[in-house]
Design a protein around this ligand. Structure first.
Ligand SMILES: [Zn+2]
Length: 415
């Protein structure tokens, strides 16, 4: 069996297909649809045109294999539904930063004549303002990678600063982003067992509870597989292709074409613990050299103490954006190039499917303390790709007052 996957992007959809080829011939047949295969060399064109010929070839390919690979049925329909000669992209499957995704979307729009070449060229100008100030770090979550020191004897825990000779152990696999957020592969070597257990028991459940509904609808897999949650009078389960609402008692759920239910998370999330968890993900993936200026951040994340009692937390900005789905949550960091600036030292982006959270890694020695930077015009001029999304909402994750355990979900029947 040959397992492989590719990403596609059309004018209004993007995604990934995974395919278990029955053999080499099968693999060659697939890639021949989108390019040429000569001996051991595969040349796939990124820009594809949905011609009548291509649609027929894709349909024939998928038809004979859909029994074995059910997702090919959906892929066939996707290609069939494209307008005649619409341009779409076939890409190697990998995690892409928001910067890359926005650029690729512009490329599709340009190729389909819905945006001008000037506007595409303008994108480089847009990103150049960010990349002139910040280095971008985008760790990959789609293959096994362990950040930090390979040898246990060389490890120092990023959070408690202990090593083996001062009592730390490094036996368990510490995930850089919670396992419960779909991250299987991205691990942090330099996190000791005690810190790992403390984060897993005391911090991460808060963010998981805050993201209960998104996880449920996105089908984010945790240790026990697909998500399920309690609702009043029953349970709701994501089974991959379908979401089941199971009622243990009669309750009038459906009214006037609207299905309403209350999803109950296991704990009442404490906002500050959610922020600390997001910051923990950032500290897990940040290059080691940056940690020296983040001692107060580390103390706050690990032990909950803010550097001074008035240390206010900046708001976290959140939006729903049309990004490719991904089985795992993602983290990306913008680290200021010089550090000698009135701009924040580290700006972070956390993403779960279409839910995006942008936040400052607080309490860095290199910050001047403008806690309202993210909402400012300066932010909009430097991070123009974020400013392009209009539905941002400021979230106050500075409070220690627990939020509600229940979220009301309303589903409306569509025509
Ligand atoms: Zn530790």
């Amino acid at each position: 069996m040959f397992n492989f996957s590719i990403d596609y992007m059309t004018a209004n959809r993007s995604g990934r297909i995974e395919f278990n080829a029955a053999g080499e011939k099968d693999l060659v047949a697939f890639f021949s649809l989108f390019g040429t295969v000569e001996r051991d060399r595969i040349c796939t064109e990124v820009l594809q045109r949905a011609s009548a010929d291509l649609k027929a070839e894709v349909a024939a390919f998928c038809e004979t294999r859909k029994g074995r690979v059910p997702q090919l049925g959906a892929f066939r329909k996707l290609i069939e539904d494209l307008s005649p000669d619409e341009v779409f992209l076939i890409l190697p499957s990998k995690n892409r930063s928001t910067v890359e995704t926005v650029k690729l979307e512009a490329l599709v729009a340009w190729a389909n004549g819905t945006t001008s070449a000037e506007e595409v060229a303008d994108l480089d100008r847009i990103f150049s303002t960010t990349l002139a100030e910040y280095d971008l770090v985008v760790p990959s979550t789609d293959r096994r990678s362990r950040i930090g020191n390979a040898r246990k004897a060389d490890r120092t825990c990023r959070f408690c600063k202990r090593n083996r000779s001062t009592g730390a152990t490094f036996e368990s696999n510490a995930h850089a982003i919670s396992r419960g957020l779909g991250n299987v592969h991205l691990l942090l070597a330099d996190e000791c067992d005690e810190c790992n257990a403390a984060f897993g028991d005391d911090l991460e459940p808060h963010l998981l509870a805050l993201l209960e509904v998104p996880r449920l609808f996105l089908g984010t897999c945790g240790r026990s597989g697909l998500p399920r949650a309690k609702i009043k009078g029953g349970v709701i389960r994501n089974e991959g292709d379908l979401i089941f609402v199971e009622l243990l008692q009669d309750a009038p759920l459906m009214q006037d074409g609207e299905l309403t239910f209350e999803v109950e998370s296991e704990i009442a999330p404490v906002p500050e613990n959610c922020y600390r968890t997001l910051a923990k993900f950032a500290l897990s993936v940040i290059p080691e050299g940056a940690l020296g200026n983040l001692k107060d951040t580390i103390n706050w994340v690990r032990y909950g103490c803010r550097p001074d009692s008035t240390g206010e937390l900046p708001p976290v900005y959140t939006a729903i954006v049309p990004l490719e789905p991904n089985p795992s949550a993602q983290i990306a960091l913008y680290i200021h190039k010089s550090g000698l600036s009135d701009l924040p030292h580290v700006v972070c982006e956390f993403r779960l499917g279409c839910y995006i959270y942008v936040f400052i890694l607080p309490f860095s020695d290199l910050d001047q303390g403008d806690i309202n930077f993210l909402g400012s015009e300066r932010f909009a001029s430097i991070f123009q790709h974020y400013a392009a999304f209009k539905n941002w909402k400021a979230l106050d994750l500075g409070s220690i007052e627990p939020m509600s355990r229940t979220t009301t979900v309303r589903l409306r029947q569509t025509e």
